[in-house]
Design a protein around this ligand. Structure first.
Ligand code: ZN
Length: 416
């Protein structure tokens, strides 16, 4: 199973917006660009909401049927590990093998020796087309990379084989993720990680590295945009080289996680993709749920009351909601509006505070991030929340589609 050149990981926490999401992909198709939708949902999300991978599969299939989508689509077991892969085997055909926790664990000495022997062909002066300088690869550097990443690579291989044994090797796409860790991988580290994955016969089609800067959920990039742009280009050069030299799938590409809402990065990313004629998997951060809230609030009346109720409870349960996401959010509690103030707002004001539009004076990223992690409250509301989604479907769908199309697909893939 081959992942196409361009793909987007789309979250849909409550499984109601698949058709509205597909509308954005159909607009892209009409504009001449083919992008594959991948519905991703992590074990963490399933547990918080109380859904199963089969629910994600059903919602995806229904949306595809409703919109008559005739091209490829996938359901992603997002950020899974050896402990929880089993529950995703039937429903998913895309697996994000999360091995970040194994980074830095000391490898078995025989494994390390085998790695050094297999990869010593890179020692010396290494020229990779597209890089602005040659790389000096030393035996010491090779050993250091082995010490840092070899256990993670072996873990990815074990996980890959476990899934392949159950599904067959050609029945799924394998992504390897190393983004949820503290230290970004250098281009050389990325190359050696890919070489080690190739040596383990893992046909990785997309790899999510950790980039410099903060990729917080649902808000813009925090960091040095120029440095990111440089790093991204170097990584694209490495991936292109790895594809040609290492026997990895021709579809191999980078995956950018928490990739939604990184508006300041999209222009440099687009230029880099063009320059290297490279593919991309852009994994969004489940912000479709925020478009639901924006649609509910904008509707006024009951919709606005419901959105206010969710915010009120999110404020009261701040620590509990933020804890699982501590490394990927930055909320200043002093910047969160008091509930009395929020209750005085009309629907447009609520929506303007939540919608990610940096030009709007009301936009508040702290409010947005708290509500982003507040989906547990909507899940607990059960039928009250889901019925409201049905009642205000039209307004919500419009927000879901426009957010994907206008704010993500056009700038990243069309450069518009
Ligand atoms: Zn990730």
């Amino acid at each position: 199973m081959t992942l196409e050149k361009y793909s987007i990981g789309i979250g849909d926490r409550f499984g109601r917006q698949g058709a509205a999401q597909l509308d954005a992909f159909q607009r892209a198709q009409a504009a001449g660009i083919m992008i594959t939708p991948v519905w991703n949902k992590s074990n963490r999300e399933h547990q918080i909401i109380g859904t199963t991978p089969a629910d994600t599969r059903r919602a995806a299939d229904q949306a595809v049927h409703a919109r008559n989508w005739g091209s490829a689509y996938f359901v992603d077991a997002d950020h899974i590990g050896l402990k929880n892969a089993g529950a995703f085997l039937d429903a998913c055909d895309f697996f994000t093998l999360d091995v970040a926790e194994s980074i830095g664990q000391p490898p078995d000495q025989a494994d390390l020796a085998a790695f050094k022997k297999a990869q010593r062909r890179f020692v010396g002066r290494l020229t990779i087309p597209g890089l602005d300088a040659d790389m000096d690869v030393t035996a010491a550097k090779l050993e250091q990379v082995g010490n840092t990443y070899l256990v993670a690579v072996k873990e990815a291989a074990r996980l890959y084989r476990q899934i392949a044994a159950a599904k067959g090797t050609s029945a799924f796409v394998a992504e390897v993720s190393m983004d949820e860790c503290d230290t970004p991988q250098s281009p050389l580290e990325l190359l050696l990680i890919l070489a080690a994955l190739a040596a383990e016969h893992v046909p990785v089609q997309t790899l999510a590295p950790k980039f410099t800067g903060r990729f917080n959920k649902g808000v813009d990039y925090v960091g040095d945009v120029e440095q990111f742009a440089h790093e991204f280009e170097m990584d694209l050069a490495v991936v292109r080289y790895a594809r040609a030299q290492l026997g990895l799938p021709a579809s191999l590409k980078l995956s950018v996680h928490s990739g939604s809402d990184k508006f300041s990065l999209y222009a440099p990313m687009h230029r880099a993709l063009k320059r290297f004629d490279a593919g991309l998997h852009l994994k969004t951060a489940g912000t479709t749920w925020l478009e639901e809230l924006i649609g509910l609030a904008s509707a006024g009346g009951e919709g606005l009351v419901l959105a206010g109720d969710i915010y009120e409870q999110a404020l009261a349960r701040f620590d509990e909601l933020c804890q699982p996401y501590a490394t990927v959010i930055d909320i200043d509690q002093r910047r969160l509006p008091a509930i009395a103030e929020v209750r005085s707002w009309d629907g447009e004001r609520f929506a303007a505070t939540l919608r990610h539009d940096e030009r709007c004076p009301y936009y508040n990223p702290h409010f947005r991030q708290l509500l982003h992690v507040g989906y547990k409250i909507a899940a607990e509301m059960g039928a009250r929340y889901l019925d409201a989604l049905a009642q205000f479907e039209r307004g919500i769908a419009k927000n879901v589609t426009e957010n994907l199309w206008e704010r993500h697909i056009r700038p990243v893939f069309l450069g518009a």
